[in-house]
Structures are given as C-alpha cells and as structure tokens.
Design a protein around this ligand. Structure first.
Ligand code: SAH
Length: 340
C-alpha cells in the first residue's frame, strides 16, 4: 500500500490527518480491503477503494510446499517480477524472506538471480507489501532480506520498510539484512538506530576464490568488509551472521574451514552453512558428510556453526531459487509477446 498516495488522497478529500494512521493500522493488522476498515466513514472507504490500489503488487502465482512454506511470485505496477516466501517452523516461528530488488545487478556465479536481467530497486511500499501479503494469511514475526537483490544497494528503501515492520509484528531484532559485503551499506546500517541484524554472505575466505564466486569482492575485498562488520559489532553489540553456501569441491574442504576460522573472531560471528539449492548454473552442492566435516572443523576452533535447514525445496522456494520461477514466468511472457 502506497501510504504517500493514501495521504495525498486523504488531503484531497479534506480528511483529518489521523485517518492515515487508521488506514495503516488496519493494513498492518492484516485487513485485506478498505471496506474492512469499519472506523472509516463508508464514503471514505469507497473513495479509497476507487482511487488507491490496496497493494502496490499483484499476485502472479502462489505455491505451497509440503512443509508449509508458501512462495509467491509478485509483479509491480510497471511489470517487474519479484518473489517472497513465508517459512513456517514447528516451534511456531513465521519467518518471511523478502526481496529488495527485482533481479540483482551483482553477478555471483552460483546464484540464479544474478543470471536474470536486473530490473530496479523496489520502493519501500513494494517491500512492505510483500510482508503485508503474508500478514493477511497469518501472524508473522521474523524477516530476512534474502530474497532477490542486494538490500544494501537499496538501503534507504529497505530501512524505510523496516521502520514499519514492528507494526506488522516483526521487531527490528527479528529482522536481518543480508549483504554480499557492500561496505557503504554496512556503515549506514551501523549508524542507524534500529537494532537490526546484519548477515554477511562470505562463501570463501580466500580472496581469489571469493572474487571468482562473487565479483563484488574486487570492489570491496573481504578484509575491508570484515572491518566494517567489526565496527558494526562494536557499535551494536549484536553478533553478525555469516552465510556460507556449500559448493562441492569449490569451497567445502576442511582446509578451507580452517582458513575461514582464521579470519573470524568467535565472539562476533555466528556461521550458517547453507546447503546449496540446485539451480541451472551447473554447480553442485556439497554432500551432507562434507558439510558436517566443515562444521565440525569450525566448531573445533571455537566458532558457532549451524547447518541451515532447507525449506520449500519442492516448490523451488529455497534460497537462491527464487529467481528460477520468475525466469520461467518471464520466458513465458516473452514467448507470449513473440507469438502475438
Ligand atoms: N544479495 C544478498 C541477499 C540475497 S541472497 C546476499 O547475497 O547476501 C541470500 C543468500 O542466498 C546469500 O547468502 C546467497 O549467497 C545465497 N544463495 C544464492 N543462491 C543460492 C543457492 N542456489 N542455494 C543456496 N543459497 C544461495
């Protein structure tokens, strides 16, 4: 919901300014239409229904996995695609994975989003509308910016959306922003008063290998990125999550675990080892045995390392797979356009 547009419309209609808060409160609590906002006069509900789209996004497709995960393919008003996911855990946690951009300008070799054409940054309203989509289904309490895009390249809009998350039920402490190591963004997050979580996609401690996997490493080398993460930790006293995607024969040897342990201070970092989800880029994920040996090596060196659960694999909703569906969808659109 574009609240700027709601505000402008309310002004044009000569409504008092508290109406904006009323509208937002209903939306944040899961209302699915202006009609449901019963403390607004009927004529105002009708006017809003007519003049302001309830969401900035429309739904192209929704898929539900056997483990309860829900993935939705969404479309902006100018026809850009993006995806968002709701993960449901047995302990009751409801965690969202949202996109910050349609596509991604970075070109990490193992990531499907990096292969699709970059669209644009999403607005704060488009980010919020992903969360509201799921809030209309049920209560939600966690959010990670691990969908499409690099959140730090669109940080103003990401932070603007985060500012409103608590109204939806997601506190700042339960919100994590994941980055390839975009230093200006890490610095801006460090200076921001919200107690958000920082996650760094590291993937290789060796500089040459990291640059191969993530070309952004040439621009912001790992040593400098870790300095920025350490400044974040000093300022916030919040541990930084390390994301490390496990690629067979590429970054998963015990020697590489040792190398990783040498650059990470156990008091500042928590490591998530991510099983690689197959995409069509021709890279294979590490075996469970290799992932366990990697984890054991890190733990032997005093680091806290967890093997991440894979959710929603049967609907291609898992990490890094979000773009795949969108690509198929775009291909379908392209074919449709070609034949007409
Ligand atoms: N651009 C940000 C956030 C989006 S990606 C970042 O890179 O951190 C979220 C995480 O998914 C990143 O750690 C990314 O490396 C990882 N990822 C990408 N493709 C994947 C795949 N196919 N399987 C598992 N994880 C993947």
């Amino acid at each position: 919901m574009n609240l700027d547009l709601v505000a402008q419309t309310l002004t044009e209609l000569g409504e008092p300014s508290y109406r904006l808060d009323q509208v937002w409160k209903w939306a944040a609590e899961g209302a699915s239409s202006y009609e449901q906002m019963t403390n607004l006069p009927k004529r105002l509900r009708d006017a809003l229904t007519e003049q302001v789209p309830f969401s900035t996004l429309t739904v192209d497709h929704e898929a539900r996995a056997s483990d309860g995960t829900i993935k939705v393919l969404l479309r902006t008003e100018d026809d850009r695609v993006l995806e968002a996911v709701l993960m449901r855990y047995r302990d009751g946690r409801r965690s969202l994975c949202v996109s910050s951009q349609s596509g991604c300008p970075l070109t990490c070799s193992f990531c499907a989003t990096g292969k699709m054409k970059f669209g644009r940054n999403l607005s704060a309203w488009e980010i919020l509308d992903q969360a509201l989509y799921f809030r209309r289904i049920e209560q939600v309490d966690h959010c990670v910016f691990m969908g499409m895009g690099e959140p730090m390249m669109n940080l103003d809009n990401v932070l603007a959306a985060c500012r409103r998350f608590p109204d939806i039920g997601i506190t700042h402490r339960r919100t994590a922003i994941s980055t390839v190591g975009w230093i200006p963004g890490i610095e801006q997050m460090t200076a921001d008063p919200m107690p958000l979580r920082l996650a760094l996609s590291l993937h290789a401690a060796d500089g040459a290998l990291r640059s191969d996997l993530m070309p952004v490493n040439d621009r912001y080398p790992l040593a400098d990125v870790l300095k920025a993460c350490e400044a974040f930790y000093e300022q916030k006293r919040r541990m930084v999550f390390i994301e490390y995607v496990m690629l067979a024969g590429i970054n998963d040897s015990v020697g590489q675990a040792r190398q990783l342990a040498r650059v990470l201070d156990p008091k500042m970092y928590k490591i998530n080892l991510i099983p690689y989800n197959p995409t069509d880029v021709g890279i294979a994920g590490s075996s469970p045995k290799a992932i366990e040996a990697f984890r054991d090596e890190l733990e032997a060196r005093g680091l806290n390392a967890t093997i991440r659960l894979t959710r929603g694999r049967d609907i291609a909703a898992a990490c890094g797979q979000l773009a795949a569906g969108a690509l198929t969808e775009q291909a379908a659109v392209a074919v449709g356009a070609g034949s007409s």
